[in-house]
Design a protein around this ligand. Structure first.
Ligand code: BG6
Length: 491
């Protein structure tokens, strides 16, 4: 490959989220966040109960379930050695989230939790001292549970101030150290996962058995509006506190690699309309205004959120500096089939043109060209720097008799995707970095299991919670290292 394709300062790295890696879910003053109440995003029922006297939701963990995120891979106590492995891997950037409920455990208190801040002081300093750029997500499905239980979450405007107080604390603390921030992980998953992605809970609930069924589309639009205002205000204060730092949005853009099943105009336009469910979020956060298609949709369906004076100006004046996004798979749209969505993106009908077999049982189609397609679409629409902050391959893996894990499929996956990124750069896309999702095995967000492993480093922990937590380098470790060392040329 041409040695000049990837820019010198290209951010090769890895990405994780606090809740999927740290564990220590209730240590050092941390209180639960929404994700601590579920076993994976796909689960319909959070482990909570309604307290009629106090008019508040309470945690109600089910002793028959294993909440693997509660201990995860215990990065909280192993981060130094794990980051040393990431350094050895050659990463130039390491993305993680700050668990909001370590800093403000309840979310609505005035003073931050010193112990939580001290943990991230050490973590961020260690990332930097090991030669990596920290890339920080402010909320990766991690709204403090108390804010959701007491205020109903993001449908409530008060959330904006709670979030901004938290942003201000960490922006001031990590000024000059963190140059890349993102507000809400996969904000466009809000409609699909309103509880975890949008931190929405109905108060008081109508349906005690299935409270999430009370959440309406109107609630989702209200929550997204409040999050857009929060995003704009976060950018506003970041520019004051640290004007060299950049704020990105973060969307799941596997959603954009959506192909019509046939040339039937209903399939072509139907697929296009489906992508607008995601473009809606990036249009607002990059262009700074609500697009006409959504205003019309609100009007015709009586779904318009309450917008206060000054909100639209904020959204207009403070747009994102770059687009962070995840890409895992593509899908095929057919007007006669109902589309589903999971953490990886939409699930449509099978694409017979994709040749590489998807790992089972998750069956996420492998489509590297889809990544080039998405990068080009985003460039044409926004002309902003693009940061691939998640891409990866989850597989069920076990060490062989000699204790080795030969993950050739992961190497092939990397090679194919990096080739397509190189093509997109040559197409004119301004790609600033590539972060592999889960460079060390972590808990899956969707299913809440350990079995779906993404890492270049294996972690001995199993779905039932057993395991020694021992770390083992997989075969792909040296392959990604070689790619980074050669700046994407030695594939
Ligand atoms: C993205 C999330 O949806 O996909 C991550 O930002 C998640 O948190 C990743 O882990 C992969 O999904 P899963 O369900 O395989 O963990």
């Amino acid at each position: 490959m041409n040695s000049k394709v990837f820019p010198e300062n290209f951010l090769w790295g890895g990405a994780v989220a606090a809740n999927q890696i740290e564990g220590a879910w209730d240590e050092d003053g941390k209180l639960p966040s929404v994700i601590d109440t579920v076993v994976g995003l796909h689960s319909r029922k959070p482990s909570i109960k309604w307290n009629q006297n106090k008019k508040i939701w309470e945690l109600n963990l089910d002793p028959t379930k294993t909440y693997l995120t509660h201990e995860a891979i215990d990065f909280y106590h192993h981060f130094d050695e794990d980051l040393e492995l990431m350094h050895e891997l050659g990463l130039k950037a390491f993305r993680t989230s700050i668990a909001w409920s370590r800093i403000y455990p309840k979310g609505d208190e005035d003073k931050p939790n010193d112990k939580g801040l001290e943990f991230y002081d050490q973590l961020i300093d260690t990332i930097i001292s090991k030669g990596m750029e920290p890339i920080i997500t402010l909320s990766h499905y991690e709204t403090p549970f108390n804010l959701v239980a007491k205020y109903g979450g993001w449908t409530n405007r008060k959330m904006i101030d709670f979030f901004i107080k938290y942003c201000q604390t960490v922006f001031e603390r990590y000024k000059g150290k963190v140059h890349y921030w993102m507000t809400f992980n996969e904000i466009n998953n809000l409609m699909k996962y309103p509880y975890v992605a949008g931190g929405i809970l109905p108060i008081p609930p109508k349906n005690l058995d299935d409270p999430l069924s009370d959440i309406s589309l109107k609630d989702c639009f209200q929550a997204s509006h409040n999050m857009f205002v929060a995003n704009a205000r976060a950018i506003q204060i970041l520019r004051k506190i640290d004007n060299k730092a950049k704020m990105g949005l973060m969307c799941s853009f596997s959603q954009l690699a959506l192909y019509p099943n046939t040339p039937n105009p209903k399939n072509v336009f139907g697929a296009y309309l489906f992508t607008r469910k995601s473009f809606f979020f990036s249009d607002v956060m990059c262009r700074g205004h609500y697009p006409m298609y959504i205003i019309r949709y609100w009007k015709e369906n009586n779904l318009a959120p309450e917008i206060e004076q000054g909100d639209l100006e904020l959204i207009q004046n403070f747009t994102c500096d770059y687009i962070g996004f995840s890409y895992y798979k593509s899908s095929v749209f057919d007007v006669d089939k109902k589309m589903k969505v999971d953490t990886g993106g939409p699930i449509g009908i099978e694409n017979p043109f994709l040749k590489v077999k998807a790992p089972q049982p998750w069956n996420w189609p492998i489509d590297p060209e889809g990544l080039r397609y998405v990068l080009n679409i985003l460039t044409d629409r926004y002309e902003l720097p693009l940061f691939i902050v998640e891409n990866g391959l989850g597989m069920d893996e076990h060490p062989d008799k000699k204790g080795c894990i030969y993950d050739k499929e992961r190497c092939d996956y990397l090679k194919m995707h990096i080739e397509q990124i190189a093509k997109a750069i040559q197409d004119g896309c301004n790609v600033i970095g590539y972060l592999w999702w889960g460079p060390i095995d972590i808990v899956s967000a969707g299913t809440g299991e350990m079995k779906k492993r993404y890492g270049f480093v294996y972690v001995d922990r199993n779905n039932d919670g057993s395991g020694t937590l021992r770390r083992i380098k997989k075969f792909s470790f040296s392959y990604y290292k070689q790619i980074i060392e050669s700046n994407g040329t030695d594939l």
